[in-house]
Design a protein around this ligand. Structure first.
Ligand code: ADP
Length: 246
């Protein structure tokens, strides 16, 4: 449908007979943030791996932008469609400046050669300035990425993903290890990004999920256990018993 950015329809995958994802159906709308919560082993990472093509499901469809079945594509093709994934650990180029990290991220195609034998370019100056503004790092543009705080490295990496202009951004536990104020800033940052792009955040820090203020899906045993606002999901008796009340 037109108003669907991502639609997982009856997706299942088993590892050695164990169903990690079991008939999972999830919709993500354009310019919507969705938080995925659930206990360890619920299938959150596997779900992200299926969307990005790292894991191929045994059954079901993953429709992107109303027309492309991602289960037929490999990881590179899926990334090229406009799906960016932010893993938990930041992977920025520590020995380059904040500015040059973004400059590298904007190059197409980008190769290891560009990183090792970096020569600055004055292309993309406006775009870099805009993205650094979005991720609140303009004041650190001349500093080495190595000198950023943990939170700032995470924001820089989000900026590097924005450089690819994704329609869908997948974010895995972005605030692990962040200070309270960094966590708050990250919620603002992601809410801002979700005004124009779809964002899926896997998270188990409930106070952060509350700050995101987005729709929430709670997974358990590879299926949707509950969905709605955080208030609705956390009032669900099954969720309380299986997850929150631990
Ligand atoms: P979550 O991210 O919610 O903690 P995962 O998606 O990592 O959950 O894991 C879901 C279940 O699938 C777990 O029981 C895990 O042990 C199992 N699993 C995940 N990946 C593999 C794999 N490659 N091989 C075997 N089992 C796996």
């Amino acid at each position: 449908a037109q108003d669907t950015m991502l639609y997982l329809d009856g997706v299942s995958v088993a590892f050695d007979g164990f169903k990690a994802i079991n008939n999972l159906s999830i919709i993500v709308h354009p310019a919507e943030m969705l938080a995925i919560i659930g206990p360890n082993g619920a299938g959150k990472t596997t779900m992200m791996d299926i969307i990005t093509g790292k894991t191929r499901p045994d059954a079901g469809e993953v429709m992107f932008d109303g027309r492309t079945d991602l289960t037929k594509l490999d990881e590179a093709a899926i990334a090229n469609l406009g799906i960016g994934r932010k893993f938990q650990k930041p992977t920025v180029f520590e020995s380059h400046t904040v500015w040059d990290n973004l400059e590298l991220a904007l190059r197409k195609p980008r190769t290891i050669f560009h990183t090792l034998f970096y020569t600055p370019s004055s292309e993309n100056t406006d775009r870099i300035t805009e993205i650094l503004g979005t991720v609140r790092l303009l004041h650190r543009k001349g500093d080495l990425a190595a000198d950023l705080s943990h939170g700032q490295k995470q924001w820089l990496e989000i900026g590097m993903l924005l450089a690819q202009d994704p329609k869908l951004l997948l974010v895995d536990e972005p605030v692990a290890g962040m200070t309270d104020s960094e966590t708050e800033e990250t919620a603002k940052l992601l809410r801002n990004i979700a005004q124009t792009r779809s964002v899926v955040v896997v998270e188990h820090d409930m106070s952060f999920v509350r700050e995101l203020g987005s729709r929430v899906v709670c997974l358990a045993e590879g299926s949707v256990l509950a969905e709605g606002t955080l208030e609705q999901v956390s009032a669900n008796p099954v969720v309380i018993e299986r997850y929150l009340g631990r």
